[in-house]
Design a protein around this ligand. Sequence first.
Ligand code: SF4
Length: 279
Amino acid sequence: MKGLISGIKRMEIHDGDGLRTTVFFKGCPLKCIWCHNPESISFEKQVAFFKEKCISCQLCKWERTPKTAKSCPTSALVLYGEEYETDALIEEIMKDELFFRNGGGGVTLSGGECLSQGDFATDVAKKLKEKGISVYIDTCGFVKREVLQKIMPFTDKFLYDIKAITPEVHKKSTGQDNALILDNLCFLSENNAKIEIRYPLIKGYNDKECAKIGEFLQDLKGITKVKVLQYHNFAGSRYEALDMQNTLPEAETTFDDVQKAVEILKSYNLNAVNGIQED
Ligand code: SF4
């Protein structure tokens, strides 16, 4: 089976427990205005041009293609989107086996939305589990129920994004309604999945949703943690390099903003943590 991957990050400490290798699947059904992985939004291959790295050698003849990206001597051209067969991806991941086995970690399938390539993600997760490796699925939840059902037996934990409870707030910030996302979360909870909630806190967009999120989560089973994530607007240069419209909000989230949200969530008896402190 084949899938499209936008990148692999090794020895990652932000994508679940222990040292992990994170695989970023290409393509996402949401369009969050604060997305800091713009290279993962499109389902197509893309070549980015980082002009500050270009030495004008003209090896690329000023063409942006997967081929010229591979031969650019300074990585001014970067290809996002590489096709992998399952076994080739597993082989690549297993190069880090010593690190993640000794570091109490494993592999996190992320994106983009890894479950938008559901059959491929399930195939990868199944093969990793056969090797006794911990598999986490980082998902926005806007996915078909059957995909969740298929991948659940090979998943140790879901890292599940909740951005808003109010449908209008969710739609305005992500382009999609959140009914499916909330339903899928309830489904996972009812089926004994372990779930770590991720709440990216964006001032002026979803900061007023905090208490509603606490209320929604308080009675769900299997929620091991609610991690409030800081927002920053560092990804602007990647939007420019990809010729994508930069939608990043200006206002960054401070430590105190995150801490206030943590305290609100704790008042709902949730194990809420400050993502800045934890990372
Ligand atoms: S190959 Fe790379 S460094 Fe050379 S001109 Fe093209 S983009 Fe610039």
